[in-house]
Design a protein around this ligand. Structure first.
Ligand code: ATP
Ligand code: TYD
Length: 241
């Protein structure tokens, strides 16, 4: 598949048109950023790790009945995806309190959240990605009430599937962010599912295995990411996924 016009250069991925209508090409770059782009670096090989993990989870979710934008890999950091009209929401599912929720509300870091908590941010860098509620989402026409219920139900299902998978690897899925988009055939899961968009804690040591290692200078980011990739690869070999 041929890479066409560059449509969008985000903080970590570049999105291109392809020579097939309705199909886009996403390149996972090695750029890593935190705090809305204030901290940035290039970590050689990071894009490959995130592309591999995203592809793995899109496949896994598809097998479990979730419609995703994933079509296939072009090379080790380049993914072919269904073109979506993105819904400008960051849907965040949380199983354990960490990050912004602890700063904003009287939760303790590490406090289990059962049932899980779903929060949504309006994806708009200029406005600082403010949090948004259901009434605003409907009033702004981002989703109909039925679609909102569908997105919520899909998010809970994805959370269950991912949490169960990570538990098998000895990892707690603390929280994650996903994005949805639409085609004429309905709502699909888009964007990525990677160590940049999840919080993962080693159940034995409590260590972070995700972008918090970078955000807070907790150690070697690439070796933390590599540990997740290795554990997923081992699990795949074991035939459990
Ligand atoms: P952030 O890091 O805050 O998520 P960004 O825009 O910098 O934002 P990138 O991941 O670098 O993020 O860019 C990828 C862009 O491609 C995002 O805007 C995302 O919404 C968009 N996107 C993801 N999947 C699709 C798709 N299937 N069709 C169209 N656009 C998509
Ligand atoms: P959150 O605690 O809201 O923000 P921060 O990462 O700034 O502390 O993040 C919750 C989860 O969602 C975390 O795993 C990171 C992910 N996330 C993104 O991938 N992109 C985003 O823009 C935001 C706000 C969160």
């Amino acid at each position: 598949m041929k890479k066409g016009e560059l449509l969008y250069q985000g903080k970590a991925k570049s999105v291109y048109r392809s020579d097939t209508p309705g199909v886009l090409i996403v390149v996972f770059r090695d750029d890593i950023t935190a705090f809305n782009g204030e901290k940035k670096d290039v970590l050689e090989g990071k894009g490959v790790y995130n592309a591999r993990v995203s592809a793995f989870f899109f496949n896994y979710l598809e097998k479990n009945g979730i419609q995703t934008h994933y079509l296939g890999m072009e090379d080790d950091r380049t993914m072919a995806v269904r073109e979506l009209k993105m819904i400008p929401l960051e849907v965040i599912a949380r199983n354990i309190a960490a990050g912004s929720i602890v700063k904003k509300f009287p939760f303790t870091e590490g406090q289990p959240l059962s049932p899980p908590v779903i929060v949504t941010d309006y994806k708009n860098d200029a406005a600082g990605d403010p949090s948004i509620n259901d009434d605003l989402i409907i009033a702004l026409g981002f989703l109909t009430p039925d679609e909102l219920a569908f997105v919520r139900e899909q998010t809970l299902r994805i959370n269950l599937l991912l949490s169960e998978f990570f538990a098998e690897l000895g990892i707690d899925l603390v929280d994650f962010k996903i994005e949805f988009g639409r085609t004429d055939n309905g709502i699909y899961l888009g964007d990525e599912i990677s160590m940049d968009s999840m919080r993962l804690w080693d159940q034995e040591t409590g260590e972070s295995l995700d972008k918090d290692v970078y955000r807070f200078g907790k150690g070697d980011v690439m070796s933390a990411y590599a540990r997740v990739v290795e554990r997923i690869t081992d699990e795949m070999r074991g035939g459990n996924a």
